[in-house]
Design a protein around this ligand. Structure first.
Ligand code: NAP
Length: 277
């Protein structure tokens, strides 16, 4: 299959370029294709003639989106709309990636695909608008919600575990203990996407690390893996105010058929540690 990957230089783009090597890949980083530019998107899709597009480009600055709504909506809503229009015109499917943050976090059990989103931040609203654009403009879509992504590649990747490792020289770090989610090792997500695109079973999928934990427990597990002695101090969301509201509980699970289940988040964290060491 000839697969056009947009935003190919990010965490997921990097993992997909590694995972999908049996396919003919057309990886385009930001510098080669600006997905917010409709004419550029249409011309790339028309001229390259892919069989599938996977969109990995996104605006992921959850706090920044509160003061820069335009950037968030251009990249997370308008760009998937551009890709949906261009893929539909070329009669090819589009795989687009969204987030657990479309939920409000008030559930007492992990969210499945048939739960109703209720975004509570600008970032989350922009991602939900992107989902709606894709679902309404190209019926041949895979919409993949995932969460709490981390990878050791590319070297420039910014994510929570890498941030925490950067603080390891300190005596103590304060980490929020009342937000729960499903940490996802990006190569596991890339494998799951590799399986999904073989199915032609279009629709909405939750693909995230199995199980769930808090940022606090995630940090403790990470520090144990690296034998880091820094004390991890649990704090509440109220004690650690941020510009954007975040769901208190956004763990994902799947009810979809085919049921594609990722390894447990602790397995992912161990593989991440092995990859960094
Ligand atoms: N990271 C998370 O924790 C998380 C959680 C849930 C869902 N997701 C979703 O998962 C997907 C993959 O995320 P990720 O962590 O791999 O993201 P990432 O590492 O931040 O990569 C995003 C990529 O998009 C590129 N990009 C930015 N603006 C662009 C534009 N106008 N045109 C083309 N490319 C552009 C960036 O390139 P430059 O850096 O060169 O601008 C970057 O390489 C996204 O849809 C994201 O919303 C992520």
């Amino acid at each position: 299959m000839k697969i056009l990957i947009t935003g190919a230089g990010g965490q997921l783009g990097t993992a997909l370029r590694n995972e999908l090597q049996k396919h003919h890949l057309l990886p385009l980083g930001h510098e080669k294709l600006d997905v917010t530019n409709f004419e550029a998107v249409r011309s790339a899709v028309d001229s390259l003639g892919p069989d599938l597009i996977i969109n990995c480009a996104a605006y992921n600055n959850v706090d920044g989106a509160e003061s820069d709504q335009e950037s968030a909506f251009r990249l997370n809503s308008l760009a998937p709309r551009n890709l949906a229009v261009a893929s539909f015109a070329n009669d090819i499917p589009l795989l687009h990636v969204s987030t657990d943050y479309v939920f409000d976090g008030l559930s007492d059990r992990p969210y499945h695909e048939f739960d109703r989103p209720n975004p509570i931040s600008v970032y989350a609203k922009s991602k939900l608008a992107g989902e709606i654009a894709v679902a309404s403009l190209n019926p041949r879509h895979y919409l993949v919600r995932t969460s709490w992504l981390y990878h050791f590649a590319p070297a420039s990747a910014r994510n929570f575990p890498k941030t925490m490792l950067g603080l390891a020289g300190k005596d103590q770090v304060n980490v929020v203990s009342d937000q729960f989610g499903s940490p996802t090792f990006v190569p596991h997500l890339a494998q799951a996407i590799g399986d999904l695109i073989e199915t032609n079973a279009f629709g909405l999928y939750h693909l995230a690390g199995s199980g769930f934990t808090s940022w606090y427990e995630l940090t403790r597990t990470l520090f144990r893996l690296f034998d880091i002695k820094t004390f991890v101090n649990p704090v509440s969301t109220a004690e650690f105010p941020r510009p954007a509201a975040r769901p208190g509980f956004s763990a994902l699970t799947t009810l979809q058929d085919p049921g594609i289940v990722l390894p447990h988040w602790e397995t992912g964290l161990s593989e991440f540690a092995a990859g960094l060491k």
